[in-house]
Structure formats: C-alpha cells, structure tokens
Design a protein around this ligand. Structure first.
Ligand code: ADP
Ligand code: MG
Length: 702
C-alpha cells in the first residue's frame, strides 16, 4: 500500500539520508500483518546519485501489545474510580489533593474535581474533632502516614462536608511510592454513620441491662463483655476480653468442666441448643451466692456455631426475696388458721369452764370426783393461756396503743429483765439520744421484750451478754428491695442481741411459726416468737432475725416512728407510782406465771408470799393474816377455786384487798357468775406494768 512505499519513496525523492518510522505494517508471505519499526537509507554512487534504498526493520508486535495493555488498564482504573462507592482521593506531600473520584465529591459534598484539586484536604475535611476541639494538622493521622510511611485504618473519626455537616468515616490511608520515595498518599473512605448508630444502639442496650453479657469463642475466650459483667467480676473490660472465661470468673487455669462443674457453654457448643445452669458460689465467709448462667448459640450463615453468648445473672437477691415472700405467705396462712381456730376454741373452753364449775358447785367437799373436776378446770385454763398467745400471733388481740418513747419502755423493764435472765448474763443497753417515739401498746411491747429475753436466757445456759439497742433508721426503697419488706419511712430499730447458741438455717426458717420449739417438752411452748411476730405486725412493724450456729442471735424490730408528744403524766404514773411495800399473797398453780408475778412484785418493793393451790393459799393466809395486805388469786386452782378461797379469807379478815386473775376474759368469767360483779379482775397474760398499777389501784381504793 501507499504507507509501505512512502518511506522509500521519500528517501528516493527527497534524497534524505535516513527515514525511521514505527507505524508501518509489514505483510508477511502468509498474508498476516505485523507492526514494524523500519528505517530506510539511500544507496549512492560516486557522483552522489541515489541508486537504491536500504531498508532495515524490526518486529514491534510486543511493544504495541504492552502499550495497548497500559492504555486499557488506565481506562479500567478510571472506570473503577468513577464507579466505586468508596470515596478515593490522593494527596501530595503537602496534603494537597492530587486527584479525587466522583464518590469522593459526592461524599464530601463538592460539585467538581477542581473544587478539591490542589486544596489542602485536612483544612477542608478534617479540621475539628467530634468533641468540637481543633484537630491540629500535626496530629492528623492521614498526614502522619507520609511521615511514618505506614498505612492506617481508622474508624472513629469524623469528616466534614462542604456544607459544614459531618459524618462518621471509616478510612484507610496508604503511602504512595515512586522509585522508593514517598510522593504522597491515597485515601479511601466510607460513611459509616448508620452502622455506627446501629452498633451504638446495640451496645447501649447491652450496657444498660443489669445482666452480665459475654461472647465466648470455641477456645473459651471472651470476645466481648458488657458493663454488668465487668462489674460482676470486678474487672475492667481490658482485663476480660481475650481471656479464658474460666480464668476470669472462676480464677482457675483449666476449663471448669474438667473440674466437674457443669458448663453451659460447653453444652451449647456441643448441642447447639441454649442451656441454663445455676452455680452456687461461696465467698470468704462461706456465704452462698447464686448465679444463673444462660448460654445461647451464635451461628454463622452456614449454621455453624461460631461462638456462645452467655448471660450471667446474680439471683441471690431474687432467691432471698422469694423465700421471704414464701415465708410471709406461710405466716399469713398460719395466722389466719390459728386466729380462726383459737377464737372458736376460746368459746369452747368458756363452755367447759362454765359447766365444770357448775358441776363442782354441786359437789360435796369430800366428793371423790372433786379432784378430777379441779384437774379438768386447771387444764382448761392452760388451754386458755395458749389461745391467748395464738390470738396475739394472729393479731386478734385488742390493742391499746399510745405514743410511747421506746427507750422509756426499755428502762422501765430493765430491772425485771435483769431478774429474768439471772446473774450469769450481763444486760447491756445502748439507747439512742434521738427521739424514738412509737405508737404502741406498752403492755404488749413489754411482753415482746420479756419473751425475747427469756429465749436469750435459754440460749445462754452458761452465761453471756444480752444487749438491747435502740436507734433511728431511715428505710429507703433500696433497703426495702434488699430486705424484701417494708414501707419507706423513719423507723425505730430495736436490736436484741445475745451471745448464745445461735441457730441453724432450719430453725431460722421456722422460728416464728406457732408451736415451733427446739426445747424439751414442758420447757418450750413454741408460742413466744409467734406471739411476738403477731404483736409486731399489729404495730405495723417488722421483725427479723440474724443468727449463725455458735455465733449468737440478733433480733431486729422495726417500729414506725411517730412525731407525737408523749403525755408526761403517763410516764409519772408508770414509773413512780407502781411500787409498794405491802405484803401480798399470790395463789397461782402455774409455776412459771407465779414465779414471774412474784419476781415483778419483789422487784417493786413488795413482800410476797406464794401458794400453789387454793388450800395452800388458805393455810398461808391464816399463818400470816396480820401482815398480809392483799391477796392475788387465780380464779381456777386445784383444791379450792379463787372465789372459794376469798370467801374463807373474808370470814377471817373482811376488808382484805383482793384481785382475781385468770386465763379467761372477765366477760367469760362474769357470764358464768363465778365472781361478784364489782370484784377486781385481770385477764392473763398481763404485763408487769398492768398488774403493778392494778395493785396500787386496789390497795389505795378506800
Ligand atoms: P420456745 O421458746 O417456747 O421454744 P419461741 O417461739 O420463743 O418458743 O422460740 C422458738 C424457737 O426459736 C426456740 O425453741 C429456739 O429454738 C429458737 N430461738 C428463739 N430465740 C432464740 C435465741 N435467742 N437463741 C437461739 N435460739 C432461739
Ligand atoms: Mg420462748
């Protein structure tokens, strides 16, 4: 073709010395064409006439091919840059933009390349941190890539757009080398605002829940842990992630299942199903805590378990509350039952005592059956005493509450308690200076203290110390949550602590139940604490016990504080006018009751003569008729009843002062016409204050 002849012709025509071309094609014999690089030179004779042409050429197929390839790959790179969603831009050594792709313009909010080319990208996009502080270029991580020559991957920074808004960016930045020298960097960048928000949302959820949350891999390493878990094991998350779960929560260097512990994580890895176990942990004091551990499998797309999620929950509190609730419900049920039964039972007893006495009245003094009837009546009275305690437990007792200072109650029974517990036991009181006024039935509260002191005495057969403390405490919601009882408010807390035998868990669980006693038959009725429980409940208070075997016992009683002024005369009455120096005969067949009354009276100055049945009462009276100022007679006693005894005594000393006591109510006694209408009467059990006052009332009446 023309092209091929051209260089030769040019040589011939123009007499050029040499012509080089590299865009010619050579047609080979087989008809195929190859690109050649050719040069032609003239051949001349002596007269310098051109006589021919020398043609030299070489095959440049390879060179052409690589030139094409380069052009193609450049086109491809351009296409890639134009189509990728990642923003990509290049920087020179000064941090000025050398190129940018359309995604970069879009992401950063610029219109055309020239908005960025040659501009300092740090100043445009990276000047301020998320917290609003300045981001100096000297600290800029992108800029530092140039200095350090190492690529970076950042996902916790923001980039600023042209319009002044920002987004969370994940970017990578690599140095660009040319012949071993860094000439700039290239940055690829994505907007991860949405992803971050989703992550933050999930992280927020996990951090907010109270349950410990960890992810464990197949090697039993913790991949991540939330705040609750960190708190639970008392470590910071750096000390947890990457460690074996058994190191972190069990302080051992072998998996727990190798040591016989049931491992829910292992189970879940093996079976692919969730698994729950409850572990019991013991602290230094051997106190158990219960941890519920739930394991769930986490699978990848192909269904393979890649890790296990473990939820850790301390359920000690929950267990405690559940058992407290069960206990409270049980007491409530038993209380209802006891209340119902004892109410009916009381009526039955009233009938028995009525007819029994009628029977006895019609019997001759020497009737051989008389003794049996007396025994029946005495037993009935014991029954009446029992129903009284049961009624107290089921909160059916009539209450007579008044504002009283609790310290004052403690002070007034102090001497009595001291006598009750004996010389081997030290009695200590630690009373607060604060006002501790409560709305209470003084008599009932005294009974509570006496019963607690009696129990403490029984628990300290070899002596010890009994401490009574009062203080004021503010019961708040948290306290209620952890103790499982109460209404918020200010309470008077009375703690009664002994250094005695203490109690095991079984005893503690049952001790407020009526008829629960660990004491030998005849010694304990099992009604003391049941009664206390009822009385405290009736006072809108709470009672708790803290005790360990061998470590003594503390009972804590909470009574709501009231802001009332105590009428001073009440105190006067009770504290100063109760005692006396008279001589009193007490006739009472119940040893414990007689002993108690005697103690009370002696404590308050009286001389006491005691008798354990009607006949002995008559004999003792006759022996001491001149010194005895007053008689206290149980209505129902063996041998002679109270009214019978008084009849006899009146014959000898008509103006003798007398007081009847009985397990029945005055109502029941009067109905059966056992007593004259205007006779003084006290229903058992009574508090020391009540009988002391009654005695003064009877003696001083003209
Ligand atoms: P009782 O004293 O008639 O046995 P309580 O209801 O007063 O009945 O007490 C019930 C049981 O609680 C007692 O038998 C005893 O086992 C236990 N208990 C009560 N108080 C104490 C204490 N301070 N120390 C040890 N055990 C006690
Ligand atoms: Mg008792």
């Amino acid at each position: 073709g023309e092209k091929i002849s051209n260089p030769i012709e040019q040589v011939l025509r123009n007499k050029l010395v040499i012509n080089i071309a590299d865009n010619t094609l050579l047609i080979k014999k087989d008809g195929s064409k190859i690109p050649i690089n050719d040069s032609s030179a003239p051949i001349k004779d002596e007269d310098d006439n051109v006589t021919g042409v020398v043609l030299a050429f070489s095959d440049i197929t390879e060179r052409k091919r690589s030139e094409n390839a380069l052009r193609k790959s450049e086109e491809q790179v351009r296409m890639l840059l134009n189509s990728t969603a990642e923003a990509i831009y290049g920087l020179d050594l000064e941090g000025n933009c050398t190129f940018c792709n359309p995604s970069c313009l879009r992401l950063l909010g610029y219109e055309k390349e020239t908005d960025l080319l040659g501009k300092n990208m740090h100043r445009l996009t990276h000047h301020t941190r998320i917290d609003g502080t300045e981001y100096p270029v000297s600290e800029c991580r992108i800029y530092n890539v140039i200095r350090r020559g190492e690529g970076i991957h950042v996902d916790d920074e923001i980039l600023w757009r042209a319009d002044g808004s920002y987004f969370y960016a994940e970017y990578r930045c690599y140095p660009v080398y040319s012949e071993g020298v860094i000439i700039g960097t290239v940055v690829t960048c994505l907007d991860i605002t949405e992803r971050r928000q989703a992550e933050k949302f999930i992280k927020n959820i996990l951090e907010s829940v109270g349950e410990g949350f960890i992810v464990i891999d197949k090697e039993y390493r913790i991949l991540s842990a939330n705040r609750a878990f960190c708190e639970y094991v008392n470590k910071v998350s750096e000390e947890i992630t990457g460690r074996h779960c058994y190191e972190v929560s069990h302080y051992v260097d072998k998996p727990c299942y190798e040591q016989g512990e049931e491992c829910p994580v292992r189970y879940t890895f093996e079976t692919g199903t969730p698994h729950t176990v409850i572990h019991t942990h013991y602290d230094r004091d051997n106190k158990p805590s219960y941890v519920e551990i739930r394991a769930y499998p986490m699978k990848n797309e192909s269904g393979e378990i890649i890790s296990v999620i473990e939820l850790v929950n301390d359920i000690t509190e929950r267990r405690k509350l559940e058992s407290q609730l069960r206990q409270a419900q049980k007491m409530e049920a038993v209380g209802l039952l006891a209340g119902g039964v004892s109410h009916d039972f009381n009526n039955i007893l009233t009938a028995i005592v009525g007819y029994g006495n009628l029977l006895k009245m019609h019997m001759k003094d020497d009737d051989p059956m008389r003794h049996n009837v007396t025994q029946i009546l005495a037993s009935v009275e014991r029954g009446a005493n029992l129903t009284h305690s049961l009624l107290a437990f089921s909160r059916k007792q009539v209450m007579n509450p008044k504002p009283v200072n609790f310290n004052n109650i403690v002070e007034s029974v102090y001497k009595l308690l001291k006598r009750l517990i004996g010389e081997d036991i030290e009695l200590k009181t630690l009373l607060t200076d604060k006002d501790v006024t409560v709305m209470a039935d003084r008599g009932q509260i005294e009974q509570v203290l006496m019963n607690l002191a009696t129990n403490a005495r029984d628990a300290m057969p070899d002596g010890g110390r009994l401490t009574i403390e009062t203080e004021r405490i503010d019961i708040k919601e948290e306290y209620i949550k952890s103790h499982g009882f109460g209404v918020p408010g200010i309470y008077v807390l009375i703690s009664i602590t002994d250094t005695g035998s203490g109690m095991d868990e079984d005893t503690k669980a049952k001790l407020f139940e009526p008829f629960f006693s660990t004491k030998e038959v005849g010694k304990g009725t099992g009604l003391g604490l049941a009664m206390i429980y009822g009385i405290i409940k009736q006072h809108s208070g709470y009672i708790n016990v803290y005790s360990e075997p061998g470590e003594g016992t503390t009972f804590k009683i909470y009574l709501p504080l009231i802001m009332a002024k105590i009428e001073e005369p009440v105190k006067e009455d009770i504290i100063t006018s109760v005692g006396g120096t008279e001589t009193i005969l007490i006739a009472e067949d119940d040893d414990a009751a007689r002993e108690l009354t005697k103690t009370v009276l002696q404590e308050f100055g009286y001389t006491v003569i005691e008798a354990k049945d009607g006949l002995e009462a008559l004999e003792k009276f006759m022996e001491n008729r001149n010194s005895i100022n007053m008689v206290i007679l149980d209505v129902i006693m063996p041998k002679r009843s109270g009214p019978e005894v008084l009849n006899e005594i009146r014959k000898a000393k008509p103006d003798i002062k007398a007081l009847f006591i009985s397990g029945y109510t005055a109502d029941a006694i009067n109905k059966k016409k056992l007593l004259e209408e205007d006779i003084d009467f006290l229903s058992k059990p009574f508090s020391p204050q009540v009988i002391l006052q009654k005695i003064r009332e009877v003696i001083e009446r003209k």
